[in-house]
Design a protein around this ligand. Structure first.
Ligand code: ASP
Length: 344
């Protein structure tokens, strides 16, 4: 029998932590102990190898260099495995999954991020069930023998979410991630039910994986808020060191209609910056044609992020800007759906 093979990549996070008896804080432990903690994994008809990052990190310390290392590792081991499971802290998991979805072009195999709210070593852990289901999904094949989910995704608390649609939603609940603008790609109950109509399939199953390893991180995020001053806004939006600004606006893409606000936007646009409008709302979309304030932004050169998450907008900008110095080209691709990150 031909067993599927999975590479589990352990980057750190709560899932692999245990209590330090000296001071009671949570510290990462060796990955071999995870296999010991989850003997159920050995019962799968799946060959499982593991790779542990050194150092292991709390995901609050994630930098683009980790994404590059992850993408390179997947590329180097791509032919050896049917799927990849990445154990990652929950805090920045949505950022990592989003960015990897843009970095791994021509993906034909599953890359499933998971983690947990409680360490795998404690009795009520959610880590075991998350890890076991993530492995099962990464190994799953459809009736044609191809990967059931050839996407970068997040498995958490019985739901498989598209990575670049996900956001960390709860600091406490096991149900920690949400994907408000895109239904789950699969749900795990007695069986794992795949939402096959939603899952993206490659045009060519024999496509070569292309990995983008250059990211341009000159992006700032400004959350528009009542009481924002022109000084604060200008220092973020017109900083000469930023190439793009994500404006987190109200509702369907609205912001202040005050002259100083629009003047600063125009100033940044004249400086050649890429300005992207993303809503602060968890669900729904930017529509700059709905209200006068939105239309003013559009006329001042701001692009619509539609229903993209801030996490995905950041990763998309890092990748597109890493690919091209030409802002016109980046802007044209920003408004296109590249890998399921915006609704058509
Ligand atoms: N701070 C941890 C991390 O993101 C939290 C977690 O793993 O859930 O690495």
């Amino acid at each position: 029998m031909n067993h599927a093979s999975i590479l589990i990549i352990y980057t750190g996070g709560t899932i692999g932590m245990k209590e330090d008896p000296m001071d009671g804080t949570l510290k990462p432990f060796d990955f071999s102990q995870i296999m010991a903690e989850v003997p159920e994994l050995n019962k799968f008809a799946v060959r499982i190898d593991s790779y542990t990052f050194d150092p292991l990190i709390d995901s609050s310390d994630v930098e683009p260099s980790l994404w590059i290392a992850l993408a390179q590792l997947i590329s180097e081991r791509y032919e050896d495995y049917d799927g990849f499971v990445i154990l990652h802290g929950t805090d920045t998991m949505a950022y990592s999954a989003s960015t990897l979805s843009f970095m791994l072009e021509g993906l034909t195999k599953p890359v499933v991020f998971t983690g947990s709210q409680l360490p795998i070593g404690v009795p009520r852990t959610d880590g075991k069930e998350n890890l076991i289901s993530a492995v099962e999904i990464a190994a799953a094949k459809d009736e044609t023998g191809h990967a059931s989910v050839p996407e970068v995704c997040i498995f958490f608390d019985s739901k498989l979410l598209r990575g670049n649609r996900s956001t960390k939603y709860s600091a406490e609940a096991f149900n920690a991630f949400a994907s408000p603008n895109c239904p789950p790609l699969a749900e795990a109950g007695i069986n794992i039910r795949y939402n096959t109509d939603l899952i993206r399939k490659p045009i060519y199953w024999d496509a070569q994986l292309r990995v983008q390893t250059h990211l341009d991180t000159r992006v700032a995020i400004l959350k528009v808020h009542p009481g924002m001053t022109p000084q604060v806004m200008r220092s973020v939006v017109c900083d000469p060191l930023t190439r793009a600004v994500i404006l987190e606006t109200y509702g369907s893409g609205n912001a202040l209609s005050k002259d100083w606000f629009v003047d600063i936007i125009r100033e940044a646009n004249d400086m050649g910056k890429i300005l992207l409008n993303v809503t602060q709302c968890k669900s729904g979309t930017v529509n700059m044609n709905l209200y006068a304030t939105g239309a003013t932004l559009k006329n001042a050169g701001v692009l619509s992020g539609m229903d993209i998450t801030t996490e995905a907008a950041l990763g998309k900008l890092f990748c597109l800007m890493g690919r091209s110095e030409d802002n016109t080209r980046v802007k044209a691709l920003l408004e296109k759906d590249l890998c399921g990150e915006i609704s058509k």
